[in-house]
Design a protein. Sequence first.
Length: 295
Amino acid sequence: TTKMANQDAAEVQISELDLLSSMFPYEEEFAVTDQLALVELKHYVENESAEVPSSKVQFILNIKTEVPNASTVEFSMSCALPFKYPTVLPEITVRSSLLSRSQQILLNSDLKTYLMQNFSGEPCILSAREWVKDHAAAYIDKGLSSFSMTASDATKSEVTTFTRLWIYSHHIYNKQKRKNIIDWAKELCLSGFCMPGKPGVVCVEGLQSSCEEFWSRIRRLTWKRILIRHREDVSLEGGGHAEIQKQRKFPTLEEKCFDAHGARGNHMDLGQLYNFLEEKGCADIFQMYFGVEGH
């Protein structure tokens, strides 16, 4: 019966995601950020796998809403569906560059209360989106929405989060892609590393908005498969340049080749990758990528 209940929940998730993608066909409105989790979920439902999916399906819904003086404000809803959803609530975080940290916390807790009171056990992503569309603008400082923000103000309010993305790709061989990864990271002031070959590993760290811009560019290129394996967000008080530098684990962004072997010289020595990550204090990431303890 648990298997039945689990499968029912999984089916509800899939039909809700199908509905979202038909309602919001454009990536800038709706994008699944962890394709692998979605594939696992579908396999589970189609009985091709008895294993409960290992990761939650994650996606982003972007919402544009008008504020009273007719300017448009964008909110993004980052959603993750726990395996038992809809019997438990989805995990949703609403963000906007115009929200201060305290406004964001208040907005998210009010949204959660609304969902708890109205949707126990039912799919509720669309209702959450409607609620955000109708209510979120009210959480922005009245003073802020009355003038259009200048770029420097926008960056000031965004400097609060330091992000590190761990990106996994089926393979990275293409020279142009490798050049893009390095060039874009430089342009966006991101540090980290890129390990070409099969699999391909990219880590970027820096301002949250820069990491998100980097990801949106990278994933538009053609890949056999690419996804964010893990994401770290650190909220910085004050959030100045020095605070960000302090958080970095990598000084610059460089390509790392660990003694390649294999016919095409494209399989990296994962033991060396593990040692490299360990030196940087990121050894636990290895398991997230490869599902095995490093040695």
